[in-house]
Design a protein around this ligand. Structure first.
Ligand SMILES: [Zn+2]
Length: 176
C-alpha cells in the first residue's frame, strides 16, 4: 500500500475470497482524490445460500513527508479519525485497532477484566503478602475458585484475540 501507485487518484483494485470453493466475498477500493478512498465490499454471512450483503465506506487519506523524499500515505480511522497504516475489518466496516477493540470487544473485554480482577483478588488472598490463616477447607475452596477465575479470564481473552486477529488486515492482502 505504500507504493505510490496504489494511492494514485483513479487507482482501483479488487480482492475476492471463497469458502468451500464458493465465492464468499469481495472487496474493492478506489482512490477518488488525495484525501478520499472508497471501500466497497460484499460478502455472504455463512454459506452460498445466504444473500449477498453490500457495504461501502469512505476512508480519509492524508500524507506526510518522508525523511528520504517522497511522501508517506496514511489512512484515517472512520470512527476516531486517528491516522494509521492498517485498518481492520469488522462486522460493520473498517476501523483502527483501537476502535475495533472498543466497539466490538467491550463486552468480552469486560468479561475478561472482571475475571482477571477476581483472579487477582483470590491470588492475593491465597498467596499474597498478608495471607490470613484459614481452614484447609476454605483454602481448598478458594484455590478452586482461583483456578476457575483464571480459566475464565483466559477463555474470555482468547475470544478477544481471536476476533481481533480474525480481522482482515487488508494492507497485506492487497500487496503485490
Ligand atoms: Zn479508530
Amino acid at each position: 500500500m505504500r507504493k505510490a501507485g496504489l494511492f494514485k487518484v483513479g487507482y482501483s483494485s479488487t480482492l475476492s475470497w471463497s469458502r468451500n470453493g464458493q465465492p464468499a466475498g469481495s472487496i474493492s477500493y478506489r482512490i477518488e482524490s488525495d484525501e478520499r478512498m472508497v471501500l466497497a465490499w460484499r460478502y455472504r454471512e455463512h454459506d452460498s445460500n445466504d444473500d449477498w450483503q453490500d457495504a461501502e465506506q469512505v476512508i480519509s487519506l492524508s500524507t506526510s513527508p518522508c525523511n528520504y523524499g517522497g511522501v508517506r500515505h496514511w489512512l484515517h480511522c472512520p470512527s476516531c479519525t486517528r491516522r494509521g497504516d492498517v485498518l481492520y475489518m469488522t462486522d460493520s466496516g473498517f476501523y483502527c485497532r483501537k476502535c475495533c477493540r472498543l466497539n466490538y470487544q467491550s463486552q468480552r473485554e469486560g468479561k475478561a477484566d472482571r475475571a482477571y480482577t477476581r483472579r487477582n483478588k483470590l491470588h492475593d488472598k491465597l498467596y499474597g503478602e498478608d495471607q490470613r490463616r484459614m481452614w484447609n477447607s476454605t483454602r481448598q475452596r478458594l484455590e478452586w475458585e482461583y483456578l476457575n477465575a483464571e480459566e475464565e479470564a483466559i477463555l474470555a481473552m482468547s475470544n478477544v484475540l481471536d476476533k481481533l486477529s480474525g480481522g482482515t488486515q487488508w494492507r497485506d492482502k492487497y500487496r503485490g
